[in-house]
Design a protein around this ligand. Structure first.
Ligand SMILES: [Zn+2]
Length: 190
């Protein structure tokens, strides 16, 4: 069910009043409707259907080599403050006969990022869905992100980045596999 954007716009208008603003002034006239539309989009992953997102972009390929996709952009909303956190996601997996079309991994990241999230949970959800969708032998996901709720609220940690990782299957069981993944994604800017 899509959210009722008219109702959200009304609530945003009330919020503006509560913040001491005049929702009738020129610059704010369309703000409630804009915020409602933005929020609908930014939470649309919650209402997306996994099968539709993956479509049929899973291909048969006999390989046991690690597949790595680095630097997938992530934009999400922290559920504690409803403020953005953003950064990069790195995904590695060892297939078991099936691989993803590369763009689908980015779509999956978007699907789980477009909702109220925690970076830790986002990381785990991505590793789990990659694992389950292609029956991989193992998956590793690392997200490096900056949180506006930290950066904008005077904690003075403007350059701090939160790094989370989640490993499942052989990435969890095999230290060598895990270390290979971390070595491949760990060097920034490479
Ligand atoms: Zn926050």
């Amino acid at each position: 069910m899509p959210p009722n954007t008219d109702k959200i716009a009304t609530l945003v208008s009330q919020l503006l009043v509560e913040l001491g603003e005049d929702p009738g002034r020129e610059g704010l006239l369309k703000t409630p409707a804009r915020v409602a539309a933005a929020l609908e989009f930014l939470t649309s992953g919650k209402r997306a259907d996994l099968k539709t997102v993956i479509n049929d972009a899973i291909f048969t390929q006999e390989t046991n080599s690690m597949v790595i996709v680095k630097n997938i952009e992530v934009y999400s909303l922290c559920e504690h403050h409803m403020l953005p956190f953003f950064g990069r996601c790195h995904i590695g997996y060892i297939p078991n006969g099936k691989v993803f079309g590369v763009s689908k991994l980015a779509r999956l990241v978007d699907m789980y990022a477009r909702r109220l999230q925690l970076q830790e949970r986002l990381t785990e959800e991505i590793s789990r869905v990659v694992m389950d969708s292609i029956g991989a032998q193992g998956v590793g996901v690392m997200i490096e992100a900056r949180h506006l709720c930290m950066m904008m609220r005077g904690v003075e940690k403007q350059n701090s980045e939160m790094v989370t990782s989640s490993v499942v299957g052989t990435f969890r069981e095999s230290r060598a596999t895990r270390e290979e993944f971390l070595a491949l994604v760990g060097n920034r800017g490479t």
